[in-house]
Write a protein that binds this ligand. Sequence first.
Ligand SMILES: [Ca+2]
Ligand SMILES: [Ca+2]
Length: 96
Amino acid sequence: MQPTAVATPSRTVPPSCVGDCNGNGSVNIDELIILVNIALGGASAATCAAGDADQNGLVIVSELVSAVRRALYGCAAPQLEPYTYSAERCTYPHAV
Ligand SMILES: [Ca+2]
Ligand SMILES: [Ca+2]
């Protein structure tokens, strides 16, 4: 009797589209809400594997930013440069 090949499970979500929880090729507001909930500890990272870009079991701010960018520019957009923090961006121009 010949051994039969066993199918290897594969990722259903392309790693290139951070935040596309359901793998439909776009990141929607409901997926962003899920990611924020994961980041705040309200759900497990397994709830949206596509949001945990480095697969470390956590969704952090840089991953949230990546997901927001994918929501804005689409999953087919070229790889975006890494988000860099700038304190100037957090300063309101009208602050006293
Ligand atoms: Ca989606
Ligand atoms: Ca992560």
